[in-house]
Design a protein around this ligand. Structure first.
Ligand code: PMT
Length: 222
């Protein structure tokens, strides 16, 4: 398949952070810029796929060749958008940093400061998008990411198994790699193998990741 390794396939990519609102002016977010996921979407389009991109709140232009972009804010919105689009997708690549928790209640008015008293936020767990997809009888080929500060290999392999994924791309975050940076380094894991993709620009890593995804997809579902 070479350059057009994903020709004829529909690829869904999620990217960026989610924002979980506390009140009309505050939210809980994370450091994801969307660069990694947008690079994956661009690389998949270059490889010939029809690409849909579900993006959290980021300030990035839609990459060339991406057929459809759906902008969302919260994890609940991303969950709904991905599940709907996944019904038509052959491959889902989850590069988004989805918030694991959201405030149990969203205040309709700006919370006011009360001098000296502590403020307690109660958080509710968000549904896991990848786990929801893998629980469906017919679902796309599933590629997750794992962002870890420590014990990267064991956490990533645990997520591969627990979330029922076909492949996971693990990155160590912090120290100038992972979130926000132009460069990253990934280790890919699947059932019986691991491949290290050393430090490079996210665009280059995205091309390598897409080549491995195409190869595994053709080997297992082709
Ligand atoms: O956006 P950048 O600034 O370029 O940074 C890139 C990145 C570090 C965000 C990216 O490379 C990355 O690692 N993305 C996944 C971040 C993450 O949230 O990892 P996690 O280990 O918490 O989640 C594991 C997987 O489960 C991810 O594929 C995630 O999309 C998915 N997930 C998580 C929670 C949830 N409720 N639903 C999910 O599907």
């Amino acid at each position: 398949f070479g350059e057009r390794s994903l020709a004829g396939l529909k690829v869904l990519v999620s990217a960026g952070p989610t924002y979980e609102d506390i009140d009309p002016v505050r939210f809980i977010g994370n450091r994801s810029s969307g660069k990694m996921g947008f690079a994956v979407a661009e690389a998949a389009a270059q490889a010939g796929a029809e690409v849909s991109l579900v993006a959290g709140p980021v300030s990035l232009a839609t990459p060339p060749g991406v057929a459809q972009r759906i902008d969302v804010r919260s994890a609940a919105q991303m969950h709904a958008a991905v599940l709907q689009a996944a019904a038509q997708a052959d491959i889902y690549i989850g590069a988004a940093a989805v918030g694991d928790y959201r405030p149990q209640e969203v205040a309709t008015q700006k919370l006011k400061k009360h001098d000296g008293s502590e403020l307690v936020l109660r958080l509710a767990e968000n549904p896991d998008i990848l786990a929801s997809l893998s629980a469906q009888t017919a679902h796309p080929f599933l590629v997750g990411f794992a962002a870890e500060t420590h014990d990267v290999a064991s956490y990533a392999q645990g997520k591969l198994r627990h979330k029922g994924l076909d492949m996971i791309a693990a990155n160590q975050v912090g120290g100038g790699l992972g979130f926000e940076a132009a460069d990253n380094a990934l280790t890919l894991y699947w059932a019986d193998a691991a491949v290290a993709l050393p430090r490079a620009e996210k665009s280059e890593l995205a091309r390598q990741l897409v080549a491995h995804v195409a190869e595994r997809y053709r080997a297992t579902r082709g």
